[in-house]
Design a protein around this ligand. Structure first.
Ligand SMILES: *Cc1c(COP(=O)(O)O)cnc(C)c1O
Length: 385
């Protein structure tokens, strides 16, 4: 059994992928070719925003959004410590300071009730839970919030946007895992000022390499992001009006994504079916907690994660599944505030207890649109016994 089965998907659309690749080989425009524009148009329409800006990865999408808004040294950027490193790494790369806000134990996303306090603390010159270090002595200016839609479930942007508005903060949606999700019918990537997604192969809409995209309704940010992704270019290639990066999406990846997007809406429904079946099978099992999705939200189900009762119970269950040939994974074994890379921020153990508790108990089951009923029954059978 595979954790993610990309072969089953490829078998369905191999002809379309080959045709699209061939078209690129014929026209030879490997950098920002016609497929890039077409993909941006199609996906902007799907998400329901004015602009889509393709880029080289989900990480670059976050960089583009923050650079376009002008996040830099002295700025506090509030985000979850329970996410992939890229969310906070990009904040540090720009010289800004990640300020972590603990998560809600049921959604695994930032707890908006804690955001207000964190912003107030920073305004008073204090970073919540962090011991002052030589790097964090200077007072920070609250600038931005990055909500993370973990496992495909959008964060609570109603509340995050409201709190951010009250404090004049810019909101970015890290939708790397949630492309295709929706809240009250409004699609992920449109839930904040800028939505950033990833087309890494394992994400809900993945290409065959690295890729990403930013989505926004704002013309000014779009202009800046288009410039920043090509070395801060102005009216022509050798006119550089700001500091930028080499952050374009390859034409070949755009061509592959166009073929994959054809079946994406159907794949989303298949993922939903798999997730619902998992929950139905696993929910009655004692000592294992299944994910809860509010009724007005639809997840993209990038990852299906469950909670064991403690660390020992988790390794026991993972061991039993492994013996039966069922792969599992832990997203994420170590919250970001206790990663060595962020030791300069002055956080320590027990600073974000909910994230740390989840990190010890969480693990993820095989999840893809083509997972069979039999596989799911086998997995739940092992968990039950
Ligand atoms: C995958 C991921 C990213 C980074 O995307 P890449 O395309 O790998 O650069 C950022 N944030 C989250 C939450 C992710 O899961």
């Amino acid at each position: 059994m595979q954790f993610i089965d990309l072969n089953a998907q490829q078998a369905r659309i191999r002809d379309a992928i080959e045709r699209n690749i061939e078209r690129v080989l014929d026209h030879n425009q490997y950098i920002l070719g016609p497929e890039n524009e077409e993909l941006e148009k199609v996906l902007a329409e799907y998400v329901g925003v004015k602009h889509a800006i393709g880029c080289a990865s989900g990480t670059d999408a976050l960089l583009l959004a923050m650079m376009a808004y002008g996040v830099g040294p002295g700025d506090a950027v509030f985000t979850s410590p329970f996410t992939f490193i890229a969310t906070a790494e990009t904040i540090s790369l720009l010289g800004a300071t990640p300020v972590f806000v603990d998560i809600d134990a049921r959604s695994f996303n930032m707890d908006p009730a804690l955001l207000d306090d964190a912003i107030s603390s920073v305004k008073q010159g204090r970073v919540p839970n962090s011991e002052p270090t030589e790097h964090s002595h200077a007072p920070l200016v609250p600038k931005c919030v990055i909500g993370v839609d973990l496992f495909g479930l959008p964060a609570e942007y109603d509340q995050i946007n409201r709190i951010a508005n009250e404090n004049d903060l810019f909101v970015i949606e890290d939708a790397a895992q949630s492309f295709g999700a929706a809240v009250d019918g409004k699609r992920s990537c449109s839930l904040a000022a800028v939505g950033c997604t990833s087309f890494f192969p394992a994400k809900p809409l993945g290409c065959y390499g690295d890729g990403g995209m930013c989505f926004t309704d704002r013309d000014d940010l779009t202009e800046a992001m288009i410039s920043i992704r090509v070395h801060g270019q102005g009216t022509h290639r050798y006119d550089n009006v700001r500091i930028g990066i080499n952050g374009r999406l390859d034409t070949l990846q755009a061509a592959i994504l166009l073929a994959k997007f054809e079946i994406f809406p159907e794949e989303l429904l298949l993922r939903k079916r798999v997730a619902e079946k998992y929950t139905q099978l696993i929910e009655p099992i004692q000592d294992v907690e299944t994910p809860i999705i509010p009724s007005h939200v639809s997840s993209s189900w990038a990852i299906y994660s469950i909670l064991a009762s403690d660390e020992k119970h988790r390794s026991y269950l993972q061991g039993k599944l492994k013996e039966a040939g069922v792969p599992t994974a832990v997203y994420y074994p170590k919250p970001l505030h206790i990663q060595p890379a962020f030791s300069y921020l002055g956080y320590g153990e027990n600073d974000f207890p909910v994230s740390e508790n989840c990190a010890k108990r969480i693990f993820s089951l095989p999840m893809h649109p083509y997972l069979s009923d039999e596989s799911q029954e086998q997995i739940s059978g092992i968990l039950r016994s």
